[in-house]
Design a protein around this ligand. Structure first.
Ligand code: NDP
Ligand code: 8X3
Length: 253
């Protein structure tokens, strides 16, 4: 297994949910972590909690020059990033395509696709130059299984999955591992964002069932990144036990 103390982990979207849990998990295991996101006050709180092993930086992943500048300007102790967790992302709305807000669609595409590829592209040369590393991408079960209202969100996560698989081919021989994590329902701020701050709608998503926690996902990711270097988990789909599949919807009208 890889000693987590040798890891320098860059996390996008570390101000809540998976990213925040990941920052805590890696620091607890002795890794160094670069935690990024837009909400600076959340980053400052994380820094106060986790101390010297954590470097925080405000970053909107949609801004490619800022992403490149962040990687180029990291303090010495955090410069040799060898794990990149391209986690920042969001869903906005759950309405049908015919009435969905096109601005929400653009924001999801800008963040989950453009911002996502910005993160990967900006960090790849460093990983390759350092003779190895690991890129973890965050897909979703929504990237495989269609559901009503998933439309653009689902499309962005299908993109993430296929891009991650193609990336494996591109970096073949470069000692860079690529893993797409594909979670089902995890209670984070995800639904609060999707339903634009409507607490009731968001909590109803997880009512009466035991969803996964951000810590569960962090555990899964930590495992994939500490496996021996000759082992690459390509895709890992993970769901709550109480979430499964449903039948096709047939209109007999
Ligand atoms: P949260 O809403 O709790 O966290 C989302 C994170 O993304 C926040 O830290 C947010 O930070 C960040 N973010 C959003 N937009 C941007 C941006 N433009 N630039 C930088 N950071 C941004 O949700 P989760 O932790 O659940 O989501 C993390 C990832 O997991 C997402 O990609 C999501 O699609 C995916 N996912 C979630 C599942 C779930 O059920 N929760 C299941 C499957 C996948 P800030 O606003 O401060 O910038
Ligand atoms: C988040 C999981 O099922 O709400 O990607 O799309 S789901």
């Amino acid at each position: 297994l890889i000693d987590p103390k040798t890891l320098v982990v860059l996390i996008t979207g570390a101000t809540s949910g998976f990213g925040e849990a990941l920052a805590r998990r890696y620091v607890a295991e002795g890794a160094k972590v670069v935690a990024t996101g837009r909400r600076v006050e959340r980053l400052d709180a994380l820094k106060a909690e986790l101390g010297d092993a954590l470097h925080v930086a405000a970053l909107d992943v949609r801004d490619l020059p800022a992403t490149e500048a962040l990687l180029e300007g990291l303090p010495e102790a955090f410069r040799n990033v060898n794990v990149v967790i391209a986690n920042a992302g969001l869903a906005l709305g759950l309405g049908p395509a015919q009435t969905a807000d096109i601005a929400d669609w653009h924001t999801m595409i800008d963040t989950n696709v453009t911002g996502f590829v910005n993160t990967v592209r900006a960090s790849l040369p460093g990983l390759i130059a350092r003779d190895g590393g690991h890129i973890v991408t965050i897909g979703s079960v929504a990237g495989d299984y269609p559901y009503p209202g998933g439309n653009v969100y689902a499309g962005t996560k299908a993109f993430v999955k296929q891009f991650a698989l193609a990336l494996r081919s591109d970096v073949q021989g470069k000692k860079v591992r690529v893993t797409n994590i594909e979670p089902g329902m995890v209670e984070t701020e995800f639904s609060l964002t999707r339903f634009k701050g409507d607490v009731d709608k968001a909590s109803n998503v997880y009512a009466g069932m035991e969803g996964m926690t951000a810590d569960d996902v962090a555990e899964t990711i930590f495992w994939t990144t500490t496996l021996p270097r000759h082992v690459n988990i390509n895709r890992l789909q993970v769901m709550p036990t109480q979430q499964a599949f449903s039948a096709f919807d047939v209109n007999r009208g």
